[in-house]
Design a protein around this ligand. Structure first.
Ligand code: KG4
Ligand code: ZN
Length: 364
């Protein structure tokens, strides 16, 4: 079936056309209009500006997705849309657009959870991926581990108790003076740090040690705020000792060393809880997804862990780790199979819990 999918939960307006069936998972088009340059001016996403930018971008995005797929709107079998979680004003733009489109075409409207869709991006590179599996979604807003017994059933078994991993990457990057969002630049800097260590320039051993984000108990939970604060304090102290002002640039080698130590803590902490989850659940398959799953060091670390544990690892390609429409279409297909349909009264929910609560009210 041909699904037109819409995503507008944060700062990317996205539309895609995907062809999905039992045998096929094909992306016919995948258009992303990023607002990142606008929000970079403010050092983070400004919700009001983001909603307005979605309003401007959504129609051209959908038009392009349809024309690049080489189809017409009348060929569409269903419209899938992200309805939760995310910035409420942003979600409402996508939801309203999708509702009007589905209603005017007379096709089903499928509500899709954003976190689930990040996982579903893995179906495109690994069509054989099948439930049950574990999925760790690491993004700017979430760091959650799910047990997925069916492609449309997500049981959260672990999560961050405060900040998300991506949020911590972006904050530390910002304090170092990197442009928002700093995740990808931190990745590259950590690579420079590793190379400097390997060449002996900075010595083999680690000078900086940051706390682990893995909670020291037998849950699968994380806490990134302590790690984030430790890194931020380290950078402030460095500037103070050098008599520099708050925003003064710091030595590139020093930045690389910090990025390296920070990334090491993130990767080790994530892997520690993943190892525990694999042992406790006996999982044989693991998906690593979300914007931060684009991090090369995290990909390597989780890959090594899975090889050691004999677990098959699925990771979306870098191009599908960030927010996009194709992943919404992929999850939309499975939601459709499970019977999920929305009416013109579909609402948007800022949190996943809000969406669950609304569903419970509907059932009562
Ligand atoms: O999943 P996503 O596109 O949006 C949300 O749903 O939040 O994730 C965005 C996050 C940002 O925090 C960004 O800095 C981070 O993903 N990110 C990375 C990398 N690429 C993107 N973090 C670390 N390393 C990367 N290579
Ligand atoms: Zn996302």
């Amino acid at each position: 079936m041909l699904i037109l999918a819409i995503e507008s939960s944060c700062d990317e307006t996205a539309a895609a056309v995907v062809r999905m069936s039992d045998e096929e998972r094909t992306i016919l088009s995948n258009i992303v209009a990023s607002q990142v340059e606008i929000h970079a001016l403010y050092g983070g996403v400004v919700p009001e500006i983001a909603s307005r930018a979605h309003i401007e971008a959504i129609s051209p995005c959908v038009d392009r997705a349809v024309s690049e797929a080489g189809i017409t709107l009348n060929d569409i079998d269903a419209v899938a849309v992200t309805y939760s979680p995310g910035l409420i004003g942003c979600l409402l733009v996508g939801v309203n657009f999708a509702k009007a489109l589905a209603f005017s075409l007379g096709v089903p409207l499928i509500p899709v959870d954003h976190i689930r869709s990040h996982t579903a991006a893995a179906y495109f590179t690994d069509p054989e991926l099948c439930a049950p599996f574990l999925s760790l979604v690491v993004s700017g807003g979430h760091t959650s581990l799910y047990n997925v017994p069916e492609p449309w059933v997500y049981e959260e078994i672990g999560s961050t108790r405060d900040d998300a991993a991506g949020e911590a990457f972006d904050k530390v990057g910002r304090v170092m003076g990197l442009t928002y969002p700093g995740g990808a630049a931190m990745d590259a800097l950590a690579g420079e740090g590793l190379a400097a260590r390997a060449s002996g320039k900075r010595g083999e051993s680690e000078r900086i040690k940051f706390p682990s984000p893995a909670i020291n108990d037998d849950t699968f939970d994380y806490s990134f705020s302590g790690l984030k604060t430790a890194a931020v304090n380290h950078i402030h102290n460095l500037r103070q000792k050098a008599g520099l002002s708050d925003k003064a640039p710091i030595d590139r080698g020093e930045m690389a060393e910090i990025a390296c130590a920070f990334t090491r803590s993130v990767v080790d902490g994530i892997c520690k809880k993943l190892a525990l989850a694999i042992e406790k659940t006996g999982a044989e398959r693991l998906v690593l997804a979300g914007g931060v799953a684009a991090n090369s060091h995290l990909r390597n670390g989780v890959k090594k862990l899975c090889e050691k544990k004999g677990v098959k690892l699925y990771m979306p390609p870098l191009s599908l780790c960030g927010d996009n429409g194709a992943m919404v279409g992929a999850q939309g297909y499975f939601e459709y199979i499970s019977g999920a349909r929305a009416g013109t009264d579909l609402n948007a929910y800022a949190s996943g819990e809000g969406a669950e609560a609304a569903k419970a009210v509907q059932r009562n």
